[in-house]
Design a protein around this ligand. Structure first.
Ligand code: DGJ
Length: 727
């Protein structure tokens, strides 16, 4: 394992645990991709002979009529000279020309993982990671491109990021800088994406590749509910356990695009990075631009292994702070309980009844500041509403603390209401086009976080509140997409930098706050799961998954989210019935079992639930607290496919394979139905396990290969097994 370099033939082999990624420099200095897939020892250069010219191929070297790049596998495709495919870099130079020719200059190999200034990034020490930087240059236009590859030892994670340096005397306009990608021979793949909308985020969607481009993107200023910055290219026989997967996830929270293009000669090319739409970056002489990091993984054993590669990597090399791998407390949030209608006493009452049941954190949601009694006012005025909360936050936090609970608070720092003191004072702080009224969404505008003064205001106003009382948890919300993207402080040629500068500003604000308040547990949120991406996870170890809290709807959302993100990042709450989003009535047990998929909490008034439900809530809390390690950090196996119509099942297995929790949820029951058998994966075939503390001992091989006969379950009923190895 490691990065192997054959200097003589200029070949680079990034050898992961079970995978190989190989490329070389050819005789003309072009960087050609050789192979990505299951680990191999070595491959001759150009084994797949990809530089053959064809009818209509551009011939870049006049004496070599059989050499062309338009069907070649390229490490860094560019535009305008020798390839018509989708480029990783597009730029305009001072004569108005857009053509780029990149040739190899040098490489550098270092131990460890360098950080990306101002951007979220994965991390790893000198024992854990190796980084290869390849320098390519366009000698005529004097741009330097640094292609970075980081291989994490003992894993199949490879990360890529791209930097561009302007070594010329002139300005260059960058129209697209993709973070990375992959060229593959053939197109016999499916594209898997995580798509949806508010309330139905990250559903798994697959499609066959055809000639042309198929893409996902967000141009909404956030990674979005609609598409997650993730694509997997899979073999057509893909299942949880079988088939080949190449996967890509961008560490970025703003506009992005991921494009898969099949060309006329059946070359498949994937690129991913900041969306080129509405992007243009002025790179002055001597400046550099760094594109966000792309996390790639390869699995020859299906989607399950691909997910587990990401889960382990994000838990070990992306998520930071005191809550990394630590217990994430069970919380109660008042949003679906009270919405905006609360006062000091009603909140203390909710906290008090929750604490009696053993819940550890109370989170006060929207409506505690300014004059906010509904969603029409006060965003930006981060001053407690003392009419509503007599005694202020200090008294309230004290009231919650008195019940032995921690206190958490909701903010929506990036937003401003038209009806707010902040807007009356600083209308120029809003993203808005000159002479045009900006568009409202939920009666609010977006603050211009590309401005330093706006970011400083957010840091100061939040810091003042966080320092003023015992706040140990923050829910960071964001409830509208960007429109009218224009910043007053940028000149007219730089306006297309605004959206990216906003995200850089946001990252600075988040970095400052998480550094200054290291003991606060921050939870990301964007109208539910509108910004569930690795960029946010770098600052905030967990994210509110969706505003849809219906247990049955959540199955699809949580399964889809777990395709990439670890259960410890996926926040799930038990809410009331009939469910507020879809009106469905599901058993409390099912709601609890489904919410135990990730970080567990409630949005229920415990004082109002029936007596028999109190027992069930107590059981859930004690079960979750007893098995939190397994539930939050156990290895996840999805035991059914995301589109199974009968049952949905998953297991969490401890790293030593000594225990597991299996959860099964019935969808619609059928009369006179057939038996359902569930095979439990991830156990040790040679160990003997006890089921549910019962008397029956059964081999791991039987559970895995023969399976379990499931009990009869009615509509929406669930069952949980606790499995423990007999020592
Ligand atoms: C959207 C969030 O996803 C909800 O949980 C809640 O915090 C509301 N915003 C409050 O406005």
């Amino acid at each position: 394992m490691g990065i192997l370099i054959d200097k003589e033939v200029q070949m680079f082999h990034l050898k992961g645990k079970e995978s190989s990624y190989i490329f070389h420099v050819d005789n003309h200095g072009h960087l050609l991709h050789d192979y990505y897939g299951k680990g191999i020892k070595k491959i001759p250069k150009n084994w797949l002979n990809s530089t053959v010219s064809r009818q209509w191929s551009p011939i870049p070297y006049e004496k070599e009529l059989d050499y062309a790049l338009d069907s070649a596998l390229l490490e860094c495709p560019v535009t305008g000279h020798d390839d018509f495919g989708i480029p990783m870099i597009e730029a305009q130079f001072n004569q108005g020309d857009r053509s780029i020719v990149l040739t190899y200059e040098d490489y550098e190999l270092v131990h460890g993982k360098p950080s990306l200034t101002g951007l979220p990034h994965s991390y790893g020490g000198i024992e854990e990671a190796q980084t290869l930087s390849i320098t390519m240059v366009d000698k005529l236009r004097k741009i330097r491109v640094e292609l970075n590859y980081c291989l994490f030892e003992d894993s199949d994670i490879l990360t890529r990021w791209t930097k561009i340096f302007n070594d010329s005397e002139n300005e260059i306009f960058l129209d697209s800088v993709q973070s990375g990608g992959l060229d593959l021979k053939g197109s016999n793949y499916e594209m898997l994406q995580l798509s949806g909308a508010w309330g139905r985020e990250r559903h798994v969607v697959t499609r066959e590749l055809v000639q042309g481009q198929q893409s996902i993107d967000s141009n909404r200023g956030a990674s979005s509910h609609e598409h997650n910055p993730f694509i997997a290219l899979t073999s057509k026989d893909i299942t949880e356990e079988h088939g080949e997967v190449f996967a890509f996830n961008l560490v970025y929270s703003g506009n992005f695009s991921g494009t898969v293009e099949v060309n006329e000669h059946d070359r498949t090319r994937l690129t991913m990075g900041i969306s080129p739409r509405d992007f243009r970056w002025k790179l002055r002489s001597g400046e550099e631009f760094c594109a966000p990091e792309l996390i790639m993984t390869y699995s020859s054993k299906g989607l399950g292994l691909m997910s587990r590669n990401y889960h382990d990597f994000y838990n070990n090399h992306l998520i930071r702070g005191v809550y990394k791998k630590a217990y994430r407390p069970i919380l109660i949030n008042n949003w679906e309980v009270t919405y905006f209608d609360f006062d000091h006493q009603s909140i203390v009452d909710i906290a008090s009844s929750a604490s009696d049941l053993g819940i550890g954190v109370f989170v006060l949601d929207d409506g505690w500041f300014g004059k906010r009694d509904d969603d029409t006012t006060s965003l930006g005025d981060w001053v407690v509403n003392e009419e509503k909360l007599q005694g202020g936050l200090k008294a309230l936090a004290g009231g919650v603390l008195d019940h032995g609970m921690k206190f958490g608070l909701w903010f929506e720092p990036e937003m401003i209401s038209r009806d707010s003191d902040l807007y009356r004072k600083h209308p120029e702080w809003v993203l808005r086009i000159p002479d045009r009224d900006p568009v409202e969404v939920r009666y609010q505008f977006t603050l211009d976080l590309s401005r330093e003064d706006v970011c400083d205001y957010i840091i100061k106003s939040l810091s003042d509140i966080l320092a003023s009382s015992s706040i140990e948890y923050v829910k960071w919300d964001m409830n509208r997409y960007m429109t009218d993207v224009y910043s007053r402080l940028l000149d007219k040629h730089s306006q297309m930098e605004t959206a990216h500068r906003y995200i850089l500003g946001l990252y600075r604000v988040m970095e400052t706050l998480v550094t200054n308040f290291p003991n606060i547990l921050f939870e990301g949120c964007a109208g539910g799961g509108g910004r569930f991406d690795p960029g946010i996870l770098y600052y905030m170890p967990q994210i509110w998954t969706s505003d849809n809290t219906d247990a049955i709807e959540r199955l699809k959302i949580q399964f889809g989210t777990s395709i990439v993100y670890p259960p410890s990042a996926i926040s799930c709450h038990v809410s009331d019935v009939p469910n507020h989003q879809v009106g469905r009535v599901t058993p409390l047990k099912t709601r609890g079992d489904v919410a135990m998929f990730g970080n567990f909490g409630y949005e229920l008034d415990m004082a109002k639930i029936p007596k028999e439900d109190i027992f069930e809530v107590k059981r859930q809390i004690s079960f979750y607290n007893k098995h939190w390690k397994l539930l939050q950090y156990g290895t996840l196996y999805r035991l059914t496919s995301w589109d199974n119509r009968k049952i949905v099942a998953w297991s969490k297995v401890s790293k030593d394979k000594k225990e597991a929790i299996v959860t099964v949820v019935k969808l619609l029951a059928m009369p006179n139905s057939h038996d359902i058998i569930l095979k439990i994966k991830g156990l040790d075939p040679d160990s003997i396990y006890m089921l549910d503390g019962g008397l029956e001992a059964i081999g791991g091989d039987v559970l895995s290969e023969v399976g379990l006969l499931l009990p009869h379950l009615d509509d929406f009923e669930s069952h949980q097994y606790y499995i423990k190895c007999e020592d």
